[in-house]
Design a protein around this ligand. Sequence first.
Ligand SMILES: Nc1ncnc2c1ncn2[C@@H]1O[C@H](COP(=O)(O)OP(=O)(O)OP(=O)(O)O)[C@@H](O)[C@H]1O
Ligand SMILES: [Mg+2]
Length: 251
Amino acid sequence: MADNITLSLRDVRSGYAALDIINGVSLDIPQGEFVALMGPNGAGKSTLLKTIFGMTTFKGGEINWQGRQIGGLATRAVLGSGISYVPQGRCNFPLMTVQENLEMAAYTIRDPQVKADRDYIYELFPSLLKRRATLAGNMSGGEQQLLEVAMAVLQRPKMLLVDEPSVGLSPAAVGIVFDELLRLRDTGLTILLVEQNTRKAMEVADRAVILRLGEVIWDGKPADITHDELGELFLTGKMRAELAHNEKLSQ
Ligand SMILES: Nc1ncnc2c1ncn2[C@@H]1O[C@H](COP(=O)(O)OP(=O)(O)OP(=O)(O)O)[C@@H](O)[C@H]1O
Ligand SMILES: [Mg+2]
């Protein structure tokens, strides 16, 4: 294993109670890398993030985070170890202001020094400062997404797990959110991003990982995969079966 690997998954298996979803995923992520996790709907992308964050039934394998096994640990322990998570879909408190949302996010922080120093988030996200008295639910989707990323960053993580931040956003808002993620990466944060906007993800990520049926089917640099190959990898088993069937019929 290279020296700078910060998160290493070995043959990880997980799911929901008796249901198996992640079927032996291995992945090494170096410190400071921006990794895009992609794949068809239902591939298990969200489940993999949730597995790292201690929110699924852990069934085996190893998750080594900075030299420590965190596979199967409770969410609170994973969060405390320096990993933050931005779930898929809206996850703020819409009837609370931006400031109150940040206070809610700070609620779980135990370190008194970090808790006292919340204003740094406004330095990192100046657009939120202007909106600090606005109800989160009254902001645009892009602003809400930034708030949700900020709520995760407030924990001062070393790694950020972000699930589909671009859903429902205008192209301009997507650009702003991704620029923000790149800026965070440039501060040294390691990022594992689930993204359905493959074009955008390939543009910004240092590395692309493609998941299908709970397994990694491609792992490499975005430049090493063509658009056609990417499309092919995204076909689900059902689509493949249909294509093969149609080919047979046309022969
Ligand atoms: N809480 C849950 N309980 C049981 N099964 C679940 C649960 N959440 C997800 N699943 C199932 O796990 C499988 C993978 O779902 P997951 O949400 O990880 O996929 P995904 O790759 O993130 O898809 P999408 O692109 O649609 O977000 C699906 O078959 C889904 O129905
Ligand atoms: Mg998902």
